[in-house]
Ligand binder design. Structure first.
Ligand code: ADP
Ligand code: MG
Length: 689
């Protein structure tokens, strides 16, 4: 079934199969897993007196009146009665033959949506059948009529026919049920084939509300199986990697001590706990696969640096990768400074490192002279060869494509062993998501900020009060503070966003002639960006106008004010990240969310969350509720969290059971294999984030 191409169905040629491909339907199984979004009820004829506006119904009666009226648009109006009530059928398009057939006295069956009309209820362009005198029509349908998600050039009727054929072709040994019998029974879940049949052809008495909400046992069953397959696939990836083995590296208490002594502060308890977890992992000859979650400013970089210390002490190399040059460069600065004390060389590799300098860095990496290598995705390029790579640190993991993560994994392999992996993310991920999206990773959480931070005060203000806001910027900067002014995305266009930032910077320069105003945006060359950031960092710029490029990694403790224009355009997680750029010093900081009224109800709710809390996890939970998992994980593009049937929010309760169900299944590798194939097919390698 997985492999049976859709063209095996009679009448499916190239043109149709291309249209189906747009819906992700390539095989017979895909077709059967393409579930209806809702249903129509053509199983019973409704009395005209019982109709409600908005219902789609099957009706039958006698035409009492049939008239062409001129009104605003010429239309044919027919009045249908059945003894309990009446309804008007309205046609804007009709030909002479139709008009003739729809004459008073004929009996008619019709299907359509009930709408309010000029004189009582109406149905516009219903599907209909005229009964000639004495004739009775066939009984109504035996099952509810499915309505499928559609693409252009395909009709519901066509789709229903295809599915009907596929169901007819389904034999008992197709699509075997891999869920343990006992599980199905204890949870009253239908068997796979009957679940599919039910969902494509539900009986007249099916609970349509449950079906619409995706909570019918037949749907739950499929969602559970899909989540299970996803989980199994991630565990398998984990197993495969761990089978490769890795380098066991003893703890390095002395070097760690020397490293820590140079710091002007103590580690937080949370940092210590997470570091201890990592140090344990590194001592085992199995690749570490660990995700460190910590809010913005929680000090993840140091945790990574201490992991690096242990690896370096054992004589191996560490690669640290960041998603942007600005962030990578900042890591490079931190690491070179910290490791200089230990006489450890740090290499730096980004797209902009070119020519002789690049050649030199590559040599350092290849010879192993550089024990730490910091960079962007440039680290993945083929020309980069590591001498003894044993630890890969990935910052802000969700921005990287899966392939990038995998290719770095390969760099370290000596053909046998895999490097340890530490993944750091500042986007707090709700627990339910961690369990599914990161089932292949162990998870550590830094749930504490370094002391001495004052929480950021957040104000939500309409942009009609722009003048006041500008005045506020002036005051802060006159007092020696610095500020950010963030321009957000307009219509998904980076070019427009940059343009808007340029205009804003120009206007602000006019309005605030005494301030030194800088500008960074995504269309500037990396070197230009870095130069502006450096100026801001050394306080030669008072006000930095920026697009959302400053989101990650900029650390300027003297910046105590951030204005975000049109915050309603951004996700909560992104706002949280941005806001994390202020409140890094000891002065009281402010974040002004300057929205453009009117705000939608959801918009108000979202900004209120930002005002009420600075807890990244609470914000993430809310974000998940309001926007869904794809957005929260930032993985929409990579396609990894795209489930066919499951919905991480709706089916959250199933997630916690999935790993319990998965346990005993591991004894049946064939089943596991089959389940993964059924649900993930060839896309499994994409699921390894
Ligand atoms: P993030 O988790 O957002 O990556 P960073 O690692 O950039 O956070 O740390 C933010 C700032 O906090 C840096 O300036 C860092 O030097 C500082 N920092 C880290 N750990 C501590 C600590 N235990 N006490 C005080 N400051 C710390
Ligand atoms: Mg960081």
């Amino acid at each position: 079934m997985t492999a049976v191409p859709i063209t095996d169905i009679k009448g499916v040629g190239t043109a149709l199969s291309l249209k189906l491909a747009k819906l992700g339907i390539h095989s017979l199984q895909d077709l059967l897993f393409h579930l209806p979004i809702r249903y129509q009820d053509r199983t019973r004829i409704r009395s005209l007196g019982s109709l409600q506006i908005g219902e789609e119904v099957l009706i039958e009666g006698e035409l009492k009146l049939s008239d062409v009226v001129m009104g605003r648009r010429r239309s044919l109006l027919c009045r249908l009665q059945d003894g309990t009530g009446q309804i008007t059928l309205r046609f804007f398009h009709f030909n002479a033959a139709q008009k003739n057939a729809l004459r008073p006295g004929v009996r008619l069956r019709a299907f359509g949506e009930v709408r309010p009309g000029g004189a009582g209820l109406e149905m516009v362009h219903p599907e209909y059948q005229v009964m000639s005198s004495g004739q009775t029509l066939a009984a109504p349908d035996q099952a509810l009529t499915p309505v499928y998600p559609m693409t252009e050039g395909l009709t519901q009727v066509r789709m229903r026919n295809l599915v009907r054929q596929a169901l007819a072709q389904l034999s008992s040994h197709d699509l075997p049920d891999y869920l343990p019998e006992s599980l199905r029974q204890s949870r009253a879940l239908p068997e796979l084939q009957s679940a599919l049949r039910y969902l494509h052809q539900p009986p007249p008495n099916a609970d349509q509300q449950a079906l619409l909400a995706g909570r019918h046992p037949a749907q739950r069953r499929l969602a559970l199986e899909e989540l299970l397959a996803h989980h199994l696939s991630l565990s398998r990836v984990r197993q495969q990697i761990q089978q490769q083995g890795s380098w066991a590296m003893p703890e390095a208490p002395e070097l760690s001590q020397t490293f820590l002594q140079q710091l002007p502060f103590e580690l937080t308890a949370a940092q210590q706990r997470v570091i201890a977890e990592i140090q344990q992992d590194l001592q085992r000859p199995i690749p570490m696969l660990r995700l460190v979650q910590g809010d913005v400013g929680s000090g993840k970089t140091l945790v990574a640096a201490l992991a690096a210390v242990q690896v370096i002490a054992a004589g191996y190399q560490v690669a640290v990768m960041a998603p942007t040059e600005i962030l990578a460069e900042q890591h490079y600065q931190n690491f070179s400074q910290w490791f200089a004390t230990l006489n450890v060389d740090v290499a730096w590799l980004a797209g902009k490192v070119k020519g002789k300098q690049r050649k030199h860095q590559l040599e350092q990496i290849a010879s192993g002279e550089a024990a730490v290598v910091v960079g962007t995705h440039a680290l993945f390029q083929e020309e980069v060869a590591f001498a003894r790579l044993a630890l890969v640190v990935i910052d802000e993991q969700h921005r990287f494509g899966v392939h990038q993560r995998l290719s770095l994994r390969e760099k370290g392999a000596d053909g046998i062993r895999a490097p340890h992996q530490l993944i750091m993310t500042a986007t707090p991920i709700p627990r339910t998501l961690t369990m599914s999206a990161y089932a292949d990773l162990d998870c550590s959480i830094i749930d504490e900020l370094p002391p001495g931070r004052t929480p950021v005060n957040t104000l939500v203000i309409a942009d009609t009060r722009r003048e006041e806001v500008i005045e506020r910027v002036k005051q802060a900067c006159t007092q020696g503070r610095q500020a950010y002014w963030v321009c957000t995305l307009i219509e998904e266009s980076e070019a427009l966003q940059c343009q808007a930032a340029e205009v804003t910077a120009a206007n602000l320069s006019e309005q605030l002639p005494n301030l030194r105003i800088g500008l960074v945006h995504g269309r500037m060359k990396p070197a230009e960006k870095a130069a502006v950031m450096a100026e801001f960092k050394s306080a030669n710029i008072d006000l930095l106008v920026a697009t959302t490029v400053i989101e990650v990694g900029v650390d300027v403790p003297n910046a105590s004010l951030m204005i975000i224009e049109n915050p309603e355009r951004l996700g909560l997680a992104q706002l949280h990240q941005l806001r994390g750029r202020v409140g890094r010093g000891s002065v009281e900081s402010f974040c002004v969310l300057m929205y453009h009224p009117p705000l939608s109800k959801q918009g108000r709710e979202r900004l209120a969350v930002m005002r009420e809390t600075t807890d990244g996890f609470r914000i993430a939970e809310k974000d998940l509720q309001l926007r869904g998992p794809g957005e929260v994980l930032g993985t929409r593009q990579t396609g990894m969290m795209q489930f066919r049937i499951a919905d991480l929010e709706r089916d959250a309760d199933l997630l916690s059971e999935v790993h319990l169900i998965a346990q005993p299944l591991h004894q049946h590798p064939k089943r596991v294999e089959a389940l993964i194939n059924r649900w993930m097919g060839s896309s499994e390698s994409y699921a390894q984030v």
